[in-house]
Write a protein that binds this ligand. Structure first.
Ligand code: BYC
Length: 312
């Protein structure tokens, strides 16, 4: 590495220019991005499981169609992100193997079970809501392919958030049993959703580099605060109560203050000891193994086509 290359690289970042796959970049920037983008991709794909669990039990044909479309979108998001990650010089096989061996993480949130239909509402409203806050910020990330993937994903994600909020608002205004289910789902999903933004800035190993390289445009705590401010108002509007006795509006800062997150639970869950970690990974590994013949067939077809063999 020469200092001139480093200076040119950082100069581009400081000017707000994008770094593209063929540009020179420090190894640490490359590995940082591979880690983050791949974990993001894995989260999208693993995230299909808790919602997929309710496709066969959706309460109406409309709800089923919307949910199928949403889950399918998540697979698409995973594909955009794996492709963006591959531009950094790592193969899809390596990425999947890192997921299966536990080297790569995926979002904490998908290790919780979806017990009732209201959980599908809570995921759309809170989980996609948190993801949007994070991803809107990442549209401005310094790596070109990641930033462009985020722009596409955000458009679809806002439809997902509305789908969830619609379910929650219907249930919150429904029968007493439905209201109870909606509140119970909010009670269970609220804190894990706040954890999605990662540890506090002072405990976040990667934030300092990520901010210098403009991979992150806002810190974990800044984005979490934005999410809380937005969500409290949305909960009020449909008559649900955020499960936090310490939540209060601060007139001076014009933000909501909120209680402390259970960080022991967070570290336990992201290190493999959550309620559903084993099930999520087993399902992924099994599907991947069973899909081997599809990948082989697709590759063989592509190879023949490249060699000019016409199958029509
Ligand atoms: N979960 O230094 P930090 C979706 C790890 S899916 C698990 O702050 P960083 C959807 C972190 O990886 C959207 N692990 O890290 C899909 C690091 O460990 P390693 C998912 C977490 O990277 C289907 C350690 O803790 N969105 O929307 O600077 C259906 C220290 O953390 C988490 C993304 O992936 C976590 N929540 O900041 C519905 C967004 N938080 O890697 C919806 C992209 C932290 O050293 N990612 N860790 O072993 C990011 O923006 C950042 O990676 C994070 C963490 C803000 C998550």
């Amino acid at each position: 590495m020469s200092t001139t290359q480093e200076t040119t690289f950082q100069g581009k970042i400081d000017k707000g220019l994008k770094i593209e796959p063929r540009d020179w970049m420090p190894d640490k920037y490359r590995t940082h991005l591979i880690r983050q983008i791949s974990q993001h991709a894995h989260s999208e794909v693993i995230g299909m499981q808790p919602e997929g669990n309710w496709i066969t039990r959706a309460p109406s044909l409309r709800a089923k169609m919307v949910l199928i479309a949403k889950v399918q979108d998540e697979a698409g998001h995973g594909l955009y992100l794996y492709s963006a990650c591959e531009t950094l010089g790592i193969t899809r096989d390596e990425l999947i193997s890192q997921l299966h061996t536990g080297k790569a993480k995926y979002s904490n949130i998908f290790n919780y079970p979806t017990l009732t239909w209201a959980d599908i509402g809570a995921i759309g409203w809170l989980v996609d809501g948190a993801a949007i806050v994070n991803q809107q910020s990442l549209r401005g990330t310094s790596y070109g392919p990641y930033s462009r993937a985020m722009i596409r994903i955000c458009k679809e994600e806002s439809f997902h958030q509305r789908q969830g909020y619609e379910i929650m608002s219907k249930m919150a205004n429904g029968t007493p049993e439905q209201q109870e289910m909606a509140q119970d789902a909010l009670d269970r999903w609220w804190w894990p959703s706040l954890m999605m933004f990662g540890p506090h800035d002072l405990d976040s190993a990667h934030t300092s580099n990520a901010m210098n390289w403009k991979i992150k445009r806002e810190t974990n705590d800044e984005l979490r605060q934005l999410f809380v401010d937005r969500s409290v108002k949305q909960a009020d509007l449909i008559g649900l109560k955020i499960p936090d006795p310490d939540l209060k509006w601060n007139q001076e800062t014009r933000h909501y203050e909120f209680g402390e997150i259970d960080w022991d639970e967070f570290w336990k869950v992201i290190n493999g000891d959550g309620f559903c970690n084993k099930e999520r990974l087993n399902n992924h590994t099994t599907a991947h193994t069973k899909g081997q013949w599809v990948r082989e067939a697709a590759l063989a077809y592509a190879e023949k086509r490249n060699n000019g063999v016409n199958h029509e």
